[in-house]
Write a protein that binds this ligand. Sequence first.
Ligand code: KIV
Length: 279
Amino acid sequence: MSATARKTAPNAEDIRARKGDDPLVSLTAYTTPMARLMDPHCDFVLVGDSVGMVLHGLSSTLGVTMEMMILHGQAVARGLETAMMVIDMPFASYEESPAQAFRNAARLMAETGAGAVKLEGGVEMAETIRFLVKRGIPVMAHVGLTPQSINTLGGYKVQGRDEQADAVLADARAVAEAGAFSVVLEKVPQGLADRITAEVPIPTIGIGASAGCDGQILVVDDMLGFFTAFKPKFVKRYADLGPLAEAAIAEYAAEVRARTFPAAEHVFADQAPAKGGKA
Ligand code: KIV
């Protein structure tokens, strides 16, 4: 489906129905202007908890709060017209019990207008996913590398090589059976990602997985070159805007110091201009 043919934002069931169809396109967003730029090109936009690292300078996603997600979710919602908005449940907002997850998922959706929540985890989160879906909350799952668990996974490692493969496959099957409408596969080996895509009945969304997934997602600040603290292998820099922005800032600083900015065209005359003239 072309971006121009679509007039209204898809919902979770529309996304589920895209299994095996044209690839689903997605990026993360945290602000209104960026959401506006990607809205015509994306099927869904994720307000990712990666916001903590890329916009707030945190060293992991563990410090991200419900309040941060709500604030950024509200900003992104203002920039979207035709893409669906999915919002991440932050660390410690859903793991304790299905009831805790429902309370926080409902709050995220009510206060931001998101059409679904995303949460991390496989077999161990299946009961929670079932609980949420039965109560009207569409859930996107996230298996493989789950960044909220880096302390138990031992870092940002590929998940599912060799004897780990069965566990990641079991996670993907469990979240699909529990009612998730799609599942993010992060940092999963290509062959395993293809196998999961073939076996589970819901769309797989790859990030560091395989071009054979039902869709792809990237962190927008990674693919635009704004986040430079590190670059995972799976990130393709479609633009290198960080250095461009820094060069512009350096030029501004030099012009201010040389008193060449503001120039005549940026300042206001003491006399009001004649009618129809410029201020
Ligand atoms: O928080 C995030 O940006 C994510 C994506 C990497 C899928 O979960």
